[in-house]
Write a protein that binds this ligand. Structure first.
Ligand code: A2P
Length: 317
């Protein structure tokens, strides 16, 4: 399996299992199956509400000797309600306790958005704090101490724009090692790719298959279905692959990690097997032409009336 290398020599298996939207009751089996199938990278987050069950599965696999802890790469994320510096270590400790682990491989700031203390999801703009009131730099300094204490091997961010990443790179003692963002052929973010490449920051592609299982309330009526895109389907047929495999392989050929979610044993094996496929230059060119700057995860939840966040200042575009 292709890997991404970090400055200290650690390596991240480029295809990981996504667990966003994997329900308690189904994620346990998915993680057990994934480890048996050869996944060594699992992407988690406190807000997904399933870390305890993921942890049970991880610990069963570890105790059964199916895998050793040092062979696994476990990522998790700090939720928006825990950006206050004094809340950061307790949030990570909760995640470690839920996952049944002593350390994480990677801990990310989930969004460049802060909620008032105790607010899990904002009901109104009043529930949010601006980045002036709750600066990212202070949250980041608290994450840096987690690395010092050995509670996570690496730290990074998610949903950060180039501008926010640049600001953090200028002040950080420990550089963000990762930006996890929505990336797929309809949202290719080539300038972000170039910026991260130039600055030694890795990218992880979330929603690589278009996250069709998102709650209906978050879907736009005219939403294009990435897995049914005629160009993707045609390339898949020619390679005797599935459309999902083409999307995953496209991500890895661009040098980004990718975390397709599946709770289905056959599909999660199929997704991992995309590592063995190869798209040629003309496939990559045809896919490059599909870019339409289409976000499936719009961030509109943070840009409610009265919120300090707007879609413009969230994405800086
Ligand atoms: P399931 O979990 O039932 O397999 P994303 O990773 O972009 O969030 O997309 C996840 C969605 O894609 C889920 O609905 C998941 O369903 C589905 N999915 C995952 N793998 C495949 C695949 N190989 N073919 C088709 N759909 C897939």
């Amino acid at each position: 399996m292709q890997t991404l290398a970090f400055e200290n020599g650690d390596t991240l298996p480029i295809i990981g299992l996504g667990t966003w939207k994997s329900q308690p009751g189904e994620v346990h089996q998915a993680v057990r199956e994934a480890i048996r199938a050869g996944y060594r990278h699992i992407d988690c987050a406190h807000i997904y509400g399933n870390e305890k069950e993921v942890g049970q599965a991880l610990n069963e696999a570890l105790s059964a000797g199916e895998v050793r802890r040092e062979e696994l790469w476990i990522t998790s994320k700090l939720w928006n309600s825990a950006h206050a510096p004094e809340d950061v270590a307790p949030a990570l400790r909760q995640t470690l306790s839920d996952l049944g682990l002593d350390y994480l491989d990677l801990y990310l700031i989930h969004w460049p958005v802060a909620h008032k203390p105790g607010v899990v999801f904002p009901n109104s703009g009043e529930d949010l704090l601006s980045l002036e009131e709750r600066p990212i730099a202070a949250t980041w300094a608290a994450l840096e101490t987690l690395v010092d204490e050995g509670l996570t091997r690496h730290i990074g961010v998610s949903n950060f724009s180039i501008r926010k990443l640049q600001a953090l790179l200028e002040t950080a003692r420990i550089k963000p090692a990762m930006n996890q963002i929505e990336l797929h052929p309809y949202l290719q973010q080539n300038s972000m790719l170039a910026f991260c490449h130039a600055n030694g920051v890795h990218l992880t592609a979330y929603s690589p298959l278009g996250s069709f299982d998102r709650p209906e309330a978050f879907k736009a009526a005219d939403e294009p279905v990435l897995l049914k895109d005629p160009v993707i389907v045609e390339i898949a047929e020619r390679h005797q692959a599935s459309p999902a495999q083409v999307l995953i392989r496209w991500a890895t050929q661009r040098g980004t990690a990718v975390i397709p979610k599946s709770v289905n044993p056959e599909r999660l094996r199929q997704n991992l097997a995309a590592a063995d496929q190869e798209l040629d230059g003309s496939d990559m060119d045809r896919i490059a032409a599909l870019d339409k700057h289409r976000r499936y995860v719009s961030g509109a939840n943070w840009a409610q009336p009265g919120s300090p966040y707007t879609l413009e200042n969230l994405w800086d575009e």
